[in-house]
Design a protein around this ligand. Structure first.
Ligand code: GLN
Length: 481
């Protein structure tokens, strides 16, 4: 039995039957990482001691016939923007090279309480700014389906790890698409819950009004199991929502027949790759066969979403990243003879090009004289985008779109053209700005064998319906369309 190819439910079954131990499961994954990660480069750092300690604790529970928690023995990977106690957490940046958080992010703590085994930290674009993981200060991650191509980003390491069976599931973060787009590029499931659904405590801030923590997995059921554990109110994050979390596994079984699904016409215009369009159209047809009622809807402000996102996200980033000053978080460039010079040299040496570009853009749009023209205007546009979704959801229960305009592109293909890179987020930033939940599920492959993702959105806090629809799609063979 290949222990790296099982679902969460299958692993639990094996543990309960005592066919395997949690230690064996963890070791099988660490071995596969040893063999494969030198090519894929999904991990920045492994935490084998912590993993094996946790596995031993699970094995003791099995031994004592104690009831097992829901993720007992499940090997997981964590994006390096999410704090892990005593395990370096760099956000893919030099400026955090030596930072060891003194605490666990709430999502990580909840995973471990639920029995998950944390294997290590995954590579990402620096401070989650990017769509290809090429902005990591350390090295790029490669797409397991084609090593010459990017895994998407910014949570590329977390997506690639799950796609290549280096972990059963992982956590990523999504600000404008960073879970859904890499899920689409790597052929796995990625979920961004409603803004506030999952605590951000311990998530290194990029754009606080847009940042989300969420899962990657190989099946919708596995993604739902992880979301179940990390979702819910956390007193350490005042923006986490006090909204009851339904039993997602039970919700998966409910019928989708009669569900009204909207197809926003703005998501099928220029710039959409022909093969992606063809696959997503097949996916929509499949939803119809499943008994969903499809209807065309309009989200009329979609065209302004990229501009709006790159003003708001950079504004918030410029403010959030002010804390990396050479005094806190361990990194300080040498040789400065004044406080100001120390700030300059530290930030100059510690941040990469994309992060500097965003700090400058963000500082500009917030500066006196430009604030009204850019930042305030963008906030108004954000409200219009939000209203687009609210109106659409008066007519339908869910929306279906492509996740990304193209399949995975080649390494280096877009690195010299930031605008091209930003356009990779064209279908994902809208939902982020509106705060609605979204999921990317595999929807077949291109002729070259590259995965294509189908994106679904639902109303605020209606993750249950999103997962149910995605699950029905998967069960109908939608992943292989
Ligand atoms: N690619 C987008 C950006 O660079 C989204 C990133 C993210 O969601 N963290 O901002």
């Amino acid at each position: 039995m290949d222990l790296t190819k099982l679902t969460i439910a299958e692993l639990q079954e094996q543990l309960r039957k005592r066919a395997v131990t949690a230690r064996e499961i963890a070791e099988a994954h660490l071995k596969r990482i040893d063999e494969r990660d030198p090519q894929v480069k999904a991990f920045l750092r492994l935490s084998p001691e912590r993993a094996l300690e946790q596995a031993a604790a699970i094995d003791r529970m099995v031994e004592k016939k104690q009831p097992l928690p829901p993720l007992a023995g499940v090997p997981m990977a964590i994006k390096d923007v999410i704090a892990t106690r005593d395990v370096p957490t760099t956000a893919g940046s030099r400026i955090l090279e030596k930072y060891r958080p003194p605490y666990d992010a709430t999502a990580v703590a909840r995973l471990e309480q639920a029995g998950a085994v944390i294997l290590g930290k995954t590579n990402c674009d620096e401070f989650a700014m990017g769509s290809s993981t090429e902005n990591s200060s350390y090295f790029p991650t490669r797409n397991p389906h084609d090593l010459e191509r990017v895994p998407g980003g910014s949570s590329g390491g977390s997506a690639a790890a799950v796609a290549d069976a280096l972990a059963v599931a992982s956590l990523g973060s999504d600000t404008g698409g960073s879970i859904r787009q890499p899920a689409s590029f790597c052929g796995v499931v990625g979920v961004m819950g409603t803004y506030g659904r999952v605590s951000r405590y311990g998530l290194i801030a990029f754009a606080s009004s847009l940042d989300h923590v969420g899962p990657f997995a190989r099946t919708v059921r596995d993604a739902a199991a992880v979301l179940q554990v990390v979702a819910g109110r956390d007193s350490n994050d005042s923006t986490s929502a006090d909204v009851p979390v339904p039993d997602y596994a039970a919700e998966l079984e409910k019928p989708v027949k009669g569900m009204k699904v909207g197809v926003p016409k703005e998501y099928f215009g220029a710039g959409l790759d022909a093969e992606v369009r063809a696959q997503v159209e097949k996916g929509i047809e499949r939803l119809r066969e499943l008994g969903c009622e499809l209807r065309e809807v309009s989200l009329p402000h979609t065209d302004y979403a990229i501009a709006c996102y790159y003003i708001i996200a950079t504004a918030e980033a410029s403010s959030n990243l002010a804390r990396y000053d050479g005094v806190r978080y361990a990194f300080r460039a040498p040789g400065a003879d004044s406080l100001e010079a120390m700030y300059h040299t530290t930030r100059g040496a510690g941040f990469g090009a994309e992060v500097k570009r965003r700090i400058m853009l963000g500082t500009y749009v917030l500066s006196a004289g430009y604030y009204e023209a850019y930042y305030l205007k963008a906030q108004k546009v954000r409200t219009l985008l939000y209203q687009d979704f609210v109106r659409a959801f008066e007519q339908v229960d869910a929306l279906v779109t492509p996740t990304a305009p193209t399949p995975a592109f080649k390494l280096g293909e877009k690195t010299n053209d930031p605008l091209q890179m930003y356009l990779a987020d064209i279908y994902t930033v809208t939902g982020s700005l509106a705060g609605v939940p979204g999921i990317s599920v595999p929807c077949g492959k291109s002729k070259a064998g590259l995965p294509i993702g189908l994106q679904l959105f639902a109303k605020h806090f209606d993750e249950a319906r999103l997962l149910r629809l995605a699950h029905a799609f998967e069960q109908s063979g939608g992943f292989d369309l």
